[in-house]
Design a protein around this ligand. Structure first.
Ligand SMILES: [Zn+2]
Length: 228
């Protein structure tokens, strides 16, 4: 596998950025990044303060969940991250958060339809609910792996939190931010008890074509234009 240090530094800086922005709280949630040779991934350690975290605290695992580096215990959700990487060759970064507004939608089991152009462009056709399964279990990993197939980059985990994907870290953090904006807007719209309108289906499908193109480029190892 490539240089562990670069992967570990990326995890620390991104976990701290997500904490500063309020998407990760206390020790909740986790972040992983896949090695570019696809042989494994780096992930935040279990139950450890993100703002105290140093690159040496970050765990590096292979795709059989053997620990290659890191003195701390990996996140209990390492198995879930691994299952997602195996199911989604286009995904190189996974962020799992307990962010408040998206988590609220998981309580009322409200999947988010295509409400905004940028949502369809970056998160996919809709944000679906993944049924409840206890944290850190093989049951959660297998349930999640089944639901994340396809092209969507954000999911709501029932009575738990979110799962957000990206082809790279910048895109994954951007997707976390889009998800929270959509969640808050949708919650307020639902509270109004008025009809919630969606973007036209044709626009949604055009956005999805662009998203799929990005994903194909990543699978083929081509650079993708993030400004598109
Ligand atoms: Zn969690």
């Amino acid at each position: 596998m490539e240089n562990y240090q670069a992967l570990r530094e990326e995890i620390v800086s991104s976990a701290q950025e997500l904490t500063r922005k309020g998407y990760l709280m206390a020790t909740g949630g986790n972040v992983s990044v896949r090695a570019s040779d696809k042989s494994g991934f780096a992930i935040t350690p279990s139950n450890y303060d993100y703002m105290k975290m140093k690159p040496a605290d970050v765990c590096v695992l292979d795709m059989d969940l053997n620990i290659l580096a890191g003195e701390r215990k990996p996140s209990v959700e390492a198995g879930m991250h691994c299952a997602i990487y195996l199911a989604r060759p286009d995904v190189n970064v996974i962020v799992h958060t307990h962010q408040v507004y998206a988590s609220t939608l998981t309580l009322i089991q409200a999947p988010i339809p295509a409400l905004f152009d940028e949502q369809a462009r970056f998160l996919g056709r809709s944000v679906e609910i993944i049924p409840y399964a206890p944290s850190g279990t093989g049951f959660l990993s297998s349930t999640v792996a089944k639901y994340v197939r396809g092209h969507n980059n954000a999911f709501l985990m029932q009575n738990h939190g979110t799962l957000v994907f990206g082809t790279n870290m910048e895109r994954a953090i951007h997707n976390v931010e889009i998800l929270e904006k959509c969640s808050l807007a949708y919650l307020i719209a639902l509270c109004s008890e008025k009809k919630v309108t969606r973007i036209p289906a044709a626009i949604r499908e055009i956005a999805l074509i662009k998203l799929k193109k990005d994903q194909q480029r990543v699978i083929k190892g081509e650079p993708h234009n993030s400004s598109e």
